[in-house]
Every structure is written in C-alpha cells, then in structure tokens.
Design a protein around this ligand. Structure first.
Ligand code: UD1
Ligand code: UDP
Length: 361
C-alpha cells in the first residue's frame, strides 16, 4: 500500500518526523515537500537532523499570496499524484500546504486523511481556520488529537470518519528530547543560563497590524527589563519588524535574538526555560509537555484543554499587555495526558491500514 504525505511548512515537518518511521513500517511512504518554507532553518534543518529521508519530491512553491501559494500547490501536487497513484494521501495541520495537498487529492479522486483534524478557533479571519475547515470537510479519515477537536467535528457533521488518536507532537518530543539534551549546545551558543523566558511569535494576526505589533514589541522590551528573554525570530515577523523600523528597538533591549532554531536546539531551549510566551500551536503544546508555564498571546486557542486545566494563560494583545502579570503568572498544578500518549502515529497507521484493507470506502 502506498501512502503519500504532503508537507511544506515548519510545523508540517515536525509532524512528519513524528509519523515517518511508523508509516514506513506499515506502508510505502512517499513524501512531497511543497517548499512553502525554504530557508535552511525553516526546512532543511529538519530533514538533516531528524532521521527523516529526503522528500521524494520538492515542489519549490515558496512565498506569495494565499491564492498563489494554494493554487501552485494544487497544480504541482496534482502532477505528482498522477505519477505516483498513491492509495491514500495524508496532510498535516492547517497550513496552505495542508489545504493545497488535500484539494489536489480530492479533486483528482484520491482519498485523504487529516492529521490534527477538528481544531477550531471559531475565527474565520485566521487563514489557518479556513484551511482546517475546508480540509476537514473534504477528508475521508479525520485524526483528532483531543476530545474537543473530536466534538467539533461531530458538531459540524463532517462526512468523513472521525477518530481520536492523540497528538503526534507527543511522539516527536519523547523521541527527540533526550537526543536534544545530549547533542544541542544552544545555551552555550546563545550565552544563556537555564531559567530564561522563551518567546516565539509569527501569527498573521499578531504580525500584520503595525499597532498590534508595536504593542507586542513594547511587551517584549518590558519582559526583558525584568528577566532574560530569548526570541528565535520567525522570518515573517522579522520582515515586519524590519519594515516597520521596530527591529532596532528590540535588538537594543537586551533580548537574545536568534535565527529560527532547528528542532533539537529548540527543544533544548524550551526544556531549560522557566516560562514560554508564544502564539504558536506547536510550541504551546510542547511547553505543556515539558511542564513549562505558557502564555499564549492570542484571544483564543484551539488547544482549549490546556487553558481549561489552568496550564496555559491566554492574553489578548487587544486588551493590554502587562509584563508583570505575565511574568508573575503560575499554573495551579499539572494535569497529565491532555494530548494523549506517544502512540498516536501507530493509532493513525492502524486506522489507515484497516480502512484500506477493508475496501469499504
Ligand atoms: C505558515 C502557516 C502558519 C504556520 C506557520 C508556521 C499558512 C497560511 N500559514 O505561516 O499556519 O503557523 O507557517 O511557521 O500556511 N518566509 C521566509 N522564509 C521562509 C518562509 C517564509 O522568509 O522559509 C517569509 C516570507 O516573507 C513569507 C512570510 O515569511 O512571505 C510568510 O510565509 P508563509 O509561508 O506565507 O506563512 P507563515 O507566516 O510562515
Ligand atoms: N520550532 C523549531 N524552531 C523554532 C521554533 C519552533 O523547531 O525556532 C518548532 C517547534 O518545536 C514546533 C514547531 O516548530 O514543533 C511549531 O511550528 P510553528 O510555531 O512555526 O507553527 P505552528 O505550530 O504555530 O503552526
């Protein structure tokens, strides 16, 4: 049986890393990289450091408007599908590569599975929300990471079959954290002692509005007045900061700014932090798994279990940003198992295999 995965952006690569060895035990696994992300730190580093083979196809789509990106991905993935004729196509998360991969597949008559189905912010102004909703409604198999994601899919009456599998990030982290602890020298390289604050930011809703972005810069400068702050900078926000003339203020504030980090360096950085401030979906879960307090700089999160358990604090940029409140916040305790266990990849592979063998489509 031949399975074809479509990936193309940093969070897609981490999920691919989580499932690849299991998928290749069960199936012939063909990997297509759309090239939505292409900088070394956003793409190559994951293949070079994490024992996943080179993608079978690199489509070189790159950056552009949503229409350009999704359109090119649909066209280029379709060509690969006609050549490879897989039994099933798998897409991951909520990026334009996820949407383009799923659309190319269903339009050309292939069956599709969505890893990380059912997450909702209920905010259709977010590009990711549009991507997830469309992908969930065209997918044949939906792999929900959490109970709330499962309930969202049932409430929307998606036509495909829905399963709760847990979050594949649990596997990636369990497997790679011990290796990261051993191999990564990121603390020495960045001149850090354990116990700092890690920041990551890249969401369009936080980066694209100049007023909002300058509020965020004010917050980061405020955090850095009290504690050591390290910020691996995603290319989207770097470009906005430079274009708006905000970069100088940030780099003069004592914040440790770095290029985006490889997964091993990033895990090591997180595991030695004392607090994480982020708008990333993946990073908020990794912070939880590493038992770090996490402040999510958004009005909503798709990972509602983390907030409901008091383990993540939502802070909406619109309603004011107080560095003291963020630094002084502490979760009340710890709740295990909110994202399932490390066997999500096996569960997904078993479901897929059973589905394909049954011939009952
Ligand atoms: C994308 C995803 C988002 C995900 C994020 C993870 C969509 C709509 N958004 O956002 O859901 O959370 O990836 O990181 O798919 N750029 C570079 N080098 C790169 C990649 C991007 O310089 O390797 C710059 C370009 O200026 C580009 C901008 O970043 O225009 C945005 O890239 P894009 O892929 O459109 O979206 P992300 O913001 O990365
Ligand atoms: N990540 C990384 N290096 C960094 C920042 C993040 O390897 O400098 C990893 C992180 O461990 C997580 C994934 O990238 O697994 C999350 O991707 P991102 O924040 O870009 O996207 P999102 O999850 O918000 O879609």
């Amino acid at each position: 049986m031949k399975i074809l995965s479509v990936v193309g952006a940093r969070p897609n690569y981490v999920k691919l890393v989580a499932v690849h060895d299991v998928f290749s035990r069960f199936f012939e696994h063909v990997v297509v990289d759309t090239g939505q992300h292409y900088d070394y730190e956003m793409n190559r580093v994951f293949f070079e450091q994490l024992e996943v083979p080179e993608p079978d196809y690199f489509l070189g789509v790159g950056s552009g408007s949503h229409g350009y990106q999704v359109g090119e991905i649909v066209k280029r993935v379709e060509e690969v599908l006609q050549r490879e004729r897989p039994d099933f196509v798998v897409v991951y998360g909520d990026t334009n590569s996820t949407l383009g991969g799923a659309l190319a597949a269903v339009k050309a008559g292939f069956r599709v599975g969505h890893v990380e189905a059912g997450l909702r912010s209920f905010d259709m102004s977010m590009p990711e929300e549009v991507n997830r909703r469309v992908v969930d409604h065209v997918s044949h198999l939906l792999f929900a990471p959490t109970g709330s994601a499962y309930r969202n899919l049932l409430a929307e009456r998606v036509p495909g079959r829905v399963f709760v599998t847990g979050d594949v990030h649990v596997r990636a982290l369990k497997r790679w954290l011990p290796i990261a602890e051993e191999r990564s020298h990121v603390l020495e390289r960045l001149g850090l002692d354990p116990g700092y604050v890690v920041v990551t930011l890249h969401r369009a809703e936080n980066t694209d509005d100049p007023a909002r972005l300058s509020k965020i810069v004010g917050l980061l400068v405020g955090l850095a007045r009290r504690e050591r702050v390290v910020f691996p900078v995603h290319p989207r926000i770097r470009k906005r900061l430079v274009d708006l003339g905000l970069w100088e203020g940030l780099s003069g504030s004592g914040i440790v700014l770095s290029e985006p980090l490889g997964y091993l360096d990033f895990l090591k950085l997180l595991s030695n932090s004392r607090l994480v401030v982020t708008d990333s979906g993946g990073v908020q879960r990794e912070a939880y798994l590493l038992r770090k307090p996490v402040v999510v700089l958004r009005g909503v999160t798709e990972w509602v279990e983390l907030v409901e358990s008091g383990l993540a604090l939502l802070v909406d940029v619109e309603s004011g940003l107080d560095p003291e409140r963020i630094l002084d916040w502490r979760p009340s305790g710890y709740v295990e198992g909110l994202l399932g266990d490390e066997h999500a990849p096996e569960k997904i592979a078993e479901i897929l295999k059973g589905y394909l063998e049954s011939g009952n489509f």
